[in-house]
Design a protein around this ligand. Structure first.
Ligand code: TYD
Length: 134
């Protein structure tokens, strides 16, 4: 069974100069899976909450590309809230973990790298069903 403590922060190298900062992510190099999909959420209204699901097989890395927000991780027994506010830190969310994203700052952008293409069949969107799946 996957536990919340298996979801680690990955430090992404930051290359800074007088022109600003740059971070690069390469499949299987600084993250432990092959990236098949990237998506980003933005224009998030104040007070909105996103997520509210678990994946059956997919791994994801969540990055606060801009601004900040909280990710509540839940393995069905324990919860852990992670605050993300740095574009060079990625939260690796394992399959079998329920996640909720909340407390978005104004203008925040959530960047997600996923191990597979979008497949609704990989989602568990009902919390009771999630508990039963554990
Ligand atoms: P949803 O999973 O509810 O987003 P979040 O977890 O950020 O709250 O997805 C919102 C809608 O977008 C839903 O209709 C599914 C669709 N969607 C895609 O078409 N492709 C994707 O890669 C993702 C992540 C979602």
């Amino acid at each position: 069974m996957t536990k919340v403590e298996h979801c680690q922060i990955i430090n992404i190298k930051k290359i800074s100069s007088h022109k600003g900062s740059l971070s690069a992510v390469e499949s299987d190099v600084c993250i432990p899976f092959n990236i098949k999909r990237i998506y980003f959420t933005y224009d998030i209204p104040s007070g909105a909450e996103r997520g509210g699901h678990a994946h059956i097989h997919q791994h994801e890395i969540v990055i606060a590309a801009s601004g900040s927000f909280e990710v509540v991780l839940d393995d069905g027994f324990n919860k852990n809230t992670i605050f993300l506010n740095s574009p060079n830190k990625g939260l690796h969310i394992m399959p079998g973990i329920w996640r909720e994203l909340k407390n978005f700052s104004t203008g925040s952008v959530v960047l997600v790298m996923a191990s597979d293409v979008y497949q609704e069949s990989d989602y568990i969107r009902d919390y009771i069903e999630f508990e039963r799946s554990i």
